[in-house]
Design a protein around this ligand. Structure first.
Ligand code: ATP
Length: 241
């Protein structure tokens, strides 16, 4: 198939003035997988996600995702990806109701009415949105905002989803719901997901493959079980969860 086998970044770098946030990074993502992207604070995860979604321009190397260079931010590319930050799931205006925001998103991403209704029904069921639809976004709790943020991004059915710490700050019930949602959404739609989390239990529950980044370099690419054996210092990561 055209593309996503495809979602790949090949040897790219990013510096912030003198800080080399990303030294050298290269990996591919197979279509339909949920891949964990882990590493200590400051390792370069957020910077990588910004590079992959075109928010930042690489300082060196090339990044190609779905056959395109993210930094060009072509509409055809942006319609196929979504970045959702657990700590800040909604960027737009917060005076609108959830339903009005979804309608606004429909216009922005040119989603047909038939697809809108179908996807909205599916997302409403999966994310339990019914009680939120008429609420103003500014009145929502973090967990509710996250469900709403997911609905906004998934409304246009991106093929590639970047989830940055989707369980941060959630209570136990919400965490379980979020994990269940991610697994089910991936299964039902075949969307490819790159997931960052500081909670190894999220990664264990959802990802067969993990990428470990450390000091801006890929330190490991493989199964989570083999990780602690391969890199004993990272046993610490498991203990802290
Ligand atoms: P965390 O788990 O704490 O979120 P991270 O893996 O997401 O960390 P990044 O936010 O990508 O790490 O940061 C990588 C490095 O780049 C860090 O040393 C950070 O201080 C630095 N950095 C990030 N953004 C900027 C910026 N705008 N200007 C200068 N340095 C930056």
């Amino acid at each position: 198939t055209e593309g996503l086998k495809a979602a790949f970044g090949s040897l790219f770098r990013r510096t912030y003035r003198e800080i080399q946030a990303i030294q050298q990074l290269s990996f591919t993502l197979e279509e339909g997988a949920i891949v964990g992207f882990i590493g200590p604070n400051g390792a370069g995860k957020t910077t990588t996600l910004k590079l992959l979604t075109g928010i930042l321009h690489p300082t060196g190397g090339t990044i190609e995702i779905l056959g395109r260079q993210p930094w060009r931010r072509e509409p055809a590319f942006l319609k196929q990806i979504a970045l959702i930050r657990g700590s800040q799931p909604i960027g737009g205006p917060t005076e609108l109701t959830v339903l009005d925001s979804l309608r606004f998103q429909q216009l922005l991403y040119e989603v047909s009415e038939a697809d809108f209704l179908k996807n909205l029904a599916e997302l409403t069921e999966m994310l339990d949105l019914e009680p939120l639809l008429q609420r103003q976004i500014r009145t929502l709790s973090l967990g509710e905002r996250l469900r709403c943020g997911l609905a906004l991004s998934l409304l246009y059915r991106p093929r590639l989803l970047f989830l940055d710490e989707p369980t941060l700050g959630l209570d136990v019930t919400a965490v379980n719901m979020m994990r269940g949602f991610i697994a089910r959404y991936n299964q039902q739609t075949g969307a490819t997901i790159l997931l960052t989390s500081h909670y190894m239990i999220d990664v264990e529950a959802l990802c067969k493959r993990v990428l470990l980044i450390d000091h801006g370099k890929l330190a490991y690419d493989g199964s989570l079980e083999a990780l602690s054996a391969a890199l004993s210092p990272y046993k610490l990561l498991k203990v802290t969860t």
